[in-house]
Design a protein around this ligand. Structure first.
Ligand code: GUN
Length: 285
């Protein structure tokens, strides 16, 4: 068993990006610029946003966070986004989800200019992904494929099982695994015999958001397990994944940890996406 460290891989990615950004700054006269919009003070969201801005600083990406009250109206938020869309010095726009209930998340996502949509959530980016056209890839799925490939693990022909069917992770990671020629099963809360289905997976990607849900019976000997969950362990209060690491890890060939696995890769891929949007914006691509 080997732990794939997202912390190490993301650090290497950030170092490489920092060097590129320095060169781009000379070539194009400015650095990439990411604007993060945060509504309210949900501790999870605040912590994600802090992680993103810290990474941007490390890479040399200019960044700012617009923090608004959770009472902000949909109209106000949409008008802010329109302004950022028009602003030629802004390369990437990220509105931290989830949004307060009175705001239509879909409306917000489709208002962000598709070429500044560093999350890859805009319907045009999603459609492009499903038709294998050039697009901005969503960060977490992109990071998951990077983690697997970093160890030279063959994906082609493998049985991959994804647990969860969210727009942010489950669906797009299934599509990326399919594009790598895996045979993909998407499972969810209504799946019958979930444990048996998972136990057939060469590559298992739990993304359901339930602490330590995946137990050893669900792991095939030698499987690759990429844990997307970010949960609080109800017993210890500590951060934990969807996988019961201690009992599952010995059965696997490769596994990621929470924290230090998928999370830092998501952020590194967000930096990559910001640089991609910037290169497009300055006319380099
Ligand atoms: N909330 C949880 N994950 C994400 C993400 O990847 N992007 C945004 N914008 N919000 C999130």
């Amino acid at each position: 068993m080997e732990v794939i460290s997202g912390k190490e891989l993301s650090a290497a990615m950030k170092k490489e990006m920092a060097e590129k950004v320095k060169k781009y700054a000379v070539e194009y006269g400015r650095v990439p610029n990411l604007v993060v919009v945060l509504l309210g003070e949900d501790p999870g969201s605040v912590s994600y946003v802090t992680g993103k801005t810290k990474a941007a600083d490390e890479v040399g990406i200019k960044n700012s966070t617009i923090t608004l009250s959770d009472k902000t109206t949909e109209e106000e938020l949409l008008s802010l986004i329109h302004g950022l869309n028009e602003d030629k010095t802004v390369d990437g726009i990220l509105v931290q989800l989830p949004l307060p209930k009175h705001i239509d998340e879909n409306k917000v996502i489709e208002t962000i200019a598709k070429d500044k949509d560093v999350d890859g959530f805009h319907p045009l980016n999603v459609a492009a992904l499903w038709q294998k056209r050039p697009c901005i890839l969503p960060c977490t799925p992109k990071g998951i494929i990077r983690l697997i490939k970093s160890k030279g693990i063959e994906i082609s022909g493998k049985k991959a099982v994804v647990i969860g069917r969210s727009n942010i992770v489950g669906l797009p990671v299934a599509k990326l695994l399919l594009d790598e020629n895996a045979t993909v099963t998407i499972t969810h809360s209504r799946t019958k015999n979930l444990a048996e289905v998972c136990a057939e997976a060469d590559i298992l990607v739990p993304a359901l958001g339930k602490p330590k849900f995946v137990k050893k019976e669900m792991i095939k000997e030698g499987a690759v397990v990429i844990d997307v969950g970010v949960n609080r362990d109800p017993e210890t209060g500590k951060l934990c994944g969807d996988v019961d690491f201690d009992e599952c890890a010995p059965l696997t060939s490769y596994i990621t940890k929470v924290p230090g696995g998928v999370g830092p890769m998501t952020i590194a891929c967000l930096m990559e996406n910001t640089i991609e949007c910037y290169l497009h914006n300055v006319g380099a691509r």
